[in-house]
Design a protein around this ligand. Sequence first.
Ligand SMILES: NC(=O)c1ccc[n+]([C@@H]2O[C@H](COP(=O)([O-])OP(=O)(O)OC[C@H]3O[C@@H](n4cnc5c(N)ncnc54)[C@H](O)[C@@H]3O)[C@@H](O)[C@H]2O)c1
Length: 254
Amino acid sequence: MRFEGKTVLITGGATGIGRATALAFAREGASVAIGDTSDLAAETVRMIERDGGRALFQPTDVASYEQVESLVRSAVTRFGGLHAAFNNAGILPATRPLHEVRPSDFDRVIAVNLRGIFNALHAEIAHMLGHGGGAIVNTASVAGVVADPGMSPYVASKHAVVGLTKAAAIEYGRRGIRINAIAPGLVRTPMTERWLADAAFRQSFFAEGPFAPSPLGRAAEPEEIAGTVLHLCSDAATFTIGQIAVVDGGQTVR
Ligand SMILES: NC(=O)c1ccc[n+]([C@@H]2O[C@H](COP(=O)([O-])OP(=O)(O)OC[C@H]3O[C@@H](n4cnc5c(N)ncnc54)[C@H](O)[C@@H]3O)[C@@H](O)[C@H]2O)c1
């Protein structure tokens, strides 16, 4: 029960990594405030409450500063504080060469994946500064560390999340707010289900051999990412700031 009496805010907690992390925080005693554009977040809340935990869902588009700020206020009002945050909402557009990406699609990826994290950091830090600090984890990606073809808006947004995480971490470390990021590899979630359903993709991604992309030969389950998020938010990580925890089954090791 590492998070007994604590409140954690999670964006993108309706499905996938965000939901698994919300459930994991709740199991360890945290009250969980979820912001998401999808009503499936209400189901995450029901799952937590069924197990005796406390959670709220507030419809939130992370691209809107006002909506994110309101979510922070709701978390504090309902649960009496904000001690940790997992800024995780993100979108993955269709794979396309850069010259075929619609400029408006590029803008939306940046608005959600990058500005969304800026919005959340801004509102969370503003609260935490006056209330004893806290711990924040942003969701980057292996696409924030290396590039993949056909994914230029997503790669750009996630590389920027890495930079934003480092910049914020060194600004606020001395003021009691620890900021880190996770960089998951391939995780089995709604975001990747179309890839994982494709036999040709599976065959090439999970192939064995010296040049195979996935040393472990499988996708992660969302729970395998949640464990690292909880660790980074816990008192076991009090000297860890500005780190990009790559959780990718070895995908970027070579
Ligand atoms: N699945 C992977 O392989 C993988 C790998 C690396 C990084 N990631 C990142 O992990 C994060 C979670 O993705 P996931 O794989 O769990 O996919 P997912 O689609 O299950 O989850 C994304 C969540 O974000 C929410 N969301 C989307 N746009 C939003 C917005 N504007 N405002 C608020 N919420 C919004 C969705 O409704 C959903 O609940 C994303 O940032 C994604 O880029 C995923």
